[in-house]
Design a protein around this ligand. Sequence first.
Ligand SMILES: [Zn+2]
Length: 460
Amino acid sequence: MNKYWKERKLWNEKIETMSEEEMRALQWRRLKKQLQYDYGNSIYYREKFKEAGLTPQDVRSFEDFQNIPLMTKDEHRRAQQESIERFDHPYGLITCAPIKKIVRISSTSGTTGIPTLYTLTKHDVNVVNEMHARKNWRAGLRPGHIMLQVLSLSMFTGGLPLSDAIQAMGLCCVPVGVEGGTKRIIDFLLLTKPQAVIATPSFGEYLIEKAPTLIGKEAKDLGIRWFFCAAEPGGGIPAVRERLREGFNAKVYDNTGGGHAFHGICCGDKEYRGMHFVSPDHCILELIDPETKKPVEMVDGAIGEMVFTFIEWEGGPFLRYVLGDMLQIFTKPCECGFPGMRLKILGRGDDMLIVKGVNIYPIAIKEVISHFHPKTTGTFKIFLDQPPPLVKPPLKLKVEYGSSVKQEEREILKEEIRRYIKDNLRVNPEIELVPPDSLAIETGATGKVKLIEITKDRLK
Ligand SMILES: [Zn+2]
């Protein structure tokens, strides 16, 4: 490894240090080409343009581009279904590349409805690998480091596509996966001695708590210097970050982007300043007002629903795709010195709840519950009478109190949490405090903790 390679701060200096104007120009060139490509190769996009009375030639500016109708997940599902009916496979409408060029099918981690598919060519896989390399390199990982991958290894984008990307940049990947259970994960952790772990924050917290009994030593003595949070939003919650940082004595990275073109990673500092957006050369990001769906100006501090468009993408390129995720962006240069606009994910569209007209995301509740640690364990669950998003008030929560909280302190704690949620999230919840470790925490297929349980029984 030469000196330059060792000291280089960015994986792709040419692209990652581009000025805003240069990047905008690159995006525009790629967007023009992509619109022609999408229009020429996808029945779905051609019809979409037609419905709006547009052709790619009519798009002469970014403002024109914002006249192209948005694409939703439901529409994506419908297009897949229609393709099955018309062509006997799901790729006939959105996928632009010929089927023989498709080398990978990924799927979202969503737990409801029919999975929506991402179709990737070899070119697209290389782009995904490049983005993971940009993120890991910024964090300081270099060839020779070992990363333990503790996520679901199934179709989920944090599974095989991630293993591939870790290896492609020259790191050693130990894809132990969550499927084998905790014992197997710990066996491989002790055997392979990774410096980096990528896992859900809740797994990290679990390991910190259980390591002394399960392994006979503290988590901070395991030699883990990097903890990458994935698949769950906890990596952006200050109290959770702090617990992981202290518990492992490691740098904690919040990290987004699986098997597609939208990727970001936070600074490794103690203070959380959002995730640096690392893939603007393959993904155009917009914000829209969640109610009116009109564009929101991309200025420092702006909040809106995320819209993304893949550029220089072959397989199933998304065009003005909305997932319902709420973002806040920061355009001012970051203190950490790394380039790129930053973003905070305020809530995932799939998880949104509506209580008396107020939108609330489980991540916001998680942030409150974590804020009260150690008076709470940080573990809680939302109980609903019917499937989300509509919630019949009051919103019902079970929260584990911390082991040091005495009986007589619990009523006060409960009231503190209720008031805090009411004042900050504008929802008045009904809270039941339960003993530590009493909430059965199941993880879904992706290893994510399920924060919502649907039940007909009222809380007793
Ligand atoms: Zn930064």
